[in-house]
Design a protein around this ligand. Structure first.
Ligand SMILES: *[C@@H]1O[C@H](CO)[C@@H](O)[C@H](O)[C@H]1NC(C)=O
Ligand SMILES: *[C@@H]1O[C@H](CO)[C@@H](O)[C@H](O)[C@H]1NC(C)=O
Ligand SMILES: *[C@@H]1O[C@H](CO)[C@@H](O)[C@H](O)[C@H]1NC(C)=O
Ligand SMILES: *[C@@H]1O[C@H](CO)[C@@H](O)[C@H](O)[C@H]1NC(C)=O
Ligand SMILES: *[C@@H]1O[C@H](CO)[C@@H](O)[C@H](O)[C@H]1NC(C)=O
Ligand SMILES: *[C@@H]1O[C@H](CO)[C@@H](O)[C@H](O)[C@H]1NC(C)=O
Length: 565
């Protein structure tokens, strides 16, 4: 009942307000083709694809793809939760950017500085290091408002050590960051401006006005007749008939324009691409690598401190009490948890096999979870991939180790999966998959779903996580021994186009929402955000093998908390 009411409201959003002007949009979609040189959608190799795109649609509507808040009669509890979740991702106001703006008054990492605040004369393991960051514009004037997206880490390359800092926006152009001191020796602060507050203004607007800048299409076929139409969670209403593929079980919405000759049942495949972004030239200037996107902010004074050995009675786990402190750190390139499960090193294939003996591991999600399937398959000589004749990106995949009775499977999540090609028969929602799992103490569920939601308003992602959570809770109720592990979002390398498909700024919102949605549920998190932020390797949508190895060690430590190798 609730789900239906929700969907009716959603469709009334699609259908009621907007009319004929969108015919123009469809015209432009069909008419123009451009070559993209820089596509890095999750799951996509960098490919050159001819895609529709082109000049700005004349009349973009705000908020055309947004759920209505739950009404109180529908569910007070859900409404309260959604408000809470939306609050968890509030971001300070960011500057309006007039049509004729220039970079001059926008945040410039080269002019900005950070300063290490003096401690009590000496630094010791167990202390905290605090810095103040002052953001300035290209003319060297201090900014007086907040909203810049800044990340910070403390590291020592020689020791293979690194930890993420907690950055706080003071809302007046200054930011503070705090780091726990966790190792003896030198520690260097690194501060990075990921996006200026002005760029955040643009990113915000894009998700409100152009969630369909990543486009989806489906091929319909019957006999020799074949047609292709546009699909999405929200279609811009244009009076064409639509096919409704809303999932009856989860209520997840999905629609395609109806093909002219074929029926809605003739849909056979799904694929996606990316439009050229509809930005003005000066707006694009806000997304320049080496200028104002993911660029280091220099130190005023020394960026490093020398940390002396810890004081008597110090216990490193106490650091996790500093809230919100980091969840772990690297030392000798090995990830150590601060509080929670101790991370063991599973260095040999026999140690991994010993841990996974008799287990079924189901991996669900995007390509960042597919990496884990690949890693396990490659790490275990007896774990052989069974040829299911699947496509390389979506899977499904299955690997079996008969002697040790281990099964590992991977399946991609459902729409809006961004993918070069997948049969519609293979588009499964994670929640529905979980409903088909028997579960039990030999079953491990691993979920990683984030990267394909970056172009949508955050409420779309919230609702998806809520349906997954409901399925997880049912699974844990009927099979309490089941272990559920969830991978959070990670930082990635940012290009202009990459920012528009899933900027780290979007990923941060998703990361916060995911933690909030699963808070208090018996699931374990792999903190991919901090594991990529704290590491010395460059940010990458698909983190490099040394980081994956550490992530897998965290996973295995959840499965086998007592063992290691
Ligand atoms: C789509 O289908 C769902 C499920 O049957 C239904 O609740 C919803 O109202 C439909 N939406 C439209 C626009 O037809
Ligand atoms: C932008 O336009 C406004 C209004 O026309 C004008 O007042 C302002 O000086 C212009 N700014 C720049 C940087 O050209
Ligand atoms: C910014 O705000 C912080 C916290 O309120 C304050 O300590 C600091 O002095 C302010 N900085 C400036 C430049 O006003
Ligand atoms: C701390 O590091 C210094 C060198 O940086 C070393 O001489 C000393 O033994 C270390 N102390 C501990 C307790 O590890
Ligand atoms: C750290 O925690 C332990 C156990 O909770 C406590 O005994 C110890 O005093 C704490 N140490 C510090 C430095 O806070
Ligand atoms: C496992 O490998 C890591 C990194 O190579 C190393 O630091 C650690 O000592 C090894 N652990 C064991 C138990 O062999």
């Amino acid at each position: 009942m609730k789900v239906r009411a929700l969907k009716q409201r959603m469709m009334s959003i699609f259908c009621s307000k907007y009319g004929i002007s969108f015919l123009i949009l469809v015209g432009f979609i069909i008419s123009v083709s451009i070559l993209l040189h820089d596509m890095d959608l999750p799951g996509f190799p960098a490919v050159k694809t001819a895609t529709p795109g082109g000049k700005s649609p004349p009349d973009l509507q705000s908020n055309f793809c947004s759920f209505q808040p739950y009404s109180e009669e529908e569910s007070l509890e859900k409404a309260v939760e959604e408000r809470h979740l939306l609050n968890s991702v509030t971001w300070p106001e960011t500057p309006l950017i007039p049509v004729n703006f220039t970079l001059k008054q926008t945040s410039d990492p080269a002019h900005s500085t950070f300063t290490i605040l003096p401690g009590g004369g000496e630094w010791r393991v167990g202390d905290h290091l605090k810095i103040i960051i002052q953001v300035k514009d290209f003319e060297g004037h201090p900014k007086t408002s907040g909203g810049d997206f800044i990340v910070a880490r403390l590291h020592n390359p020689k020791l293979g050590a690194g930890v993420a800092g907690q950055v706080v926006d003071l809302l007046n152009g200054s930011y503070s960051a705090v780091f726990p001191l966790l190792w003896n020796g030198s520690a260097e602060v690194e501060v990075t401006l990921v996006h200026s507050s002005e760029a955040v203004t643009v990113l915000r607007r894009l998700n409100r006005e152009q969630p369909d800048r990543i486009y989806f299409q489906s091929v319909f076929r019957s006999g020799s007749v074949s047609e292709t139409t546009t699909c999405n969670i929200c279609l811009r209403p244009n009076k064409q008939p639509i096919c409704n593929y809303t999932d009856l079980h989860t209520g997840e919405p999905w629609f395609c324009f109806k093909p002219k000759k074929l029926s809605c049942d003739a849909r056979i495949s799904h694929f996606s691409g990316i439009f050229k972004e509809n930005l003005r030239k000066n707006e694009k200037e806000l997304f320049k690598s080496h200028v104002n996107m993911k660029v280091s902010i220099p130190a005023l004074g020394s960026p490093s401190v020398l940390v002396l050995p810890k004081k008597e009675g110090y216990n490193e786990k106490n650091n996790s009490v500093v809230s919100p402190g980091p969840t772990g750190y690297y030392y000798q390139n090995v990830w150590r948890a601060l509080g929670g499960t101790t991370v063991h090193q599973f260095n040999s294939s026999s140690a991994i096999t010993e841990c996974l003996k008799g287990k079924v591991i189901h991996l669900y999600g995007d390509s960042t979870i597919r990496q884990w399937f690949d890693h396990l398959r490659d790490a275990l000589p007896d774990l052989k991939e069974f040829n299911l004749h699947s496509l390389k990106q979506p899977g499904p995949f299955m690997a079996l180790d008969y002697p040790n009775n281990i099964m590992v499977t991977f399946r991609c999540h459902g729409p809006p999966i961004r993918i070069l090609n997948v049969q519609t028969s293979q588009l499964h929602y994670i929640a529905n998959e979980l409903d088909n799992v028997v579960g039990g103490s030999n079953t491990v569920i691993v979920i990683g779903i984030w990267a394909h939601f970056g172009n949508f308003p955050i409420d779309i992602y919230i609702r998806r996580l809520q349906t997954i959570r409901r399925a997880v809770m049912h699974l844990l109720d009927r099979a309490p021994g089941t272990l559920v592990i969830i991978r959070t979002a990670n930082l990635k390398d940012l290009t202009l186009l990459g920012s528009f498909s899933n900027s780290d700024w979007y990923s941060l919102q998703q990361d916060k929402v995911l933690r909030a949605v699963f808070k208090g549920i018996n699931v374990h998190l792999v903190d991919a955000w901090e594991m990529t932020l704290a590491h010395h390797l460059p940010h990458n949508l698909h983190p490099q093998p040394p980081i994956i190895k550490n992530m897998i060690n965290v996973v295995l430590s959840y499965i086998c908390p007592k063992r290691g190798g």
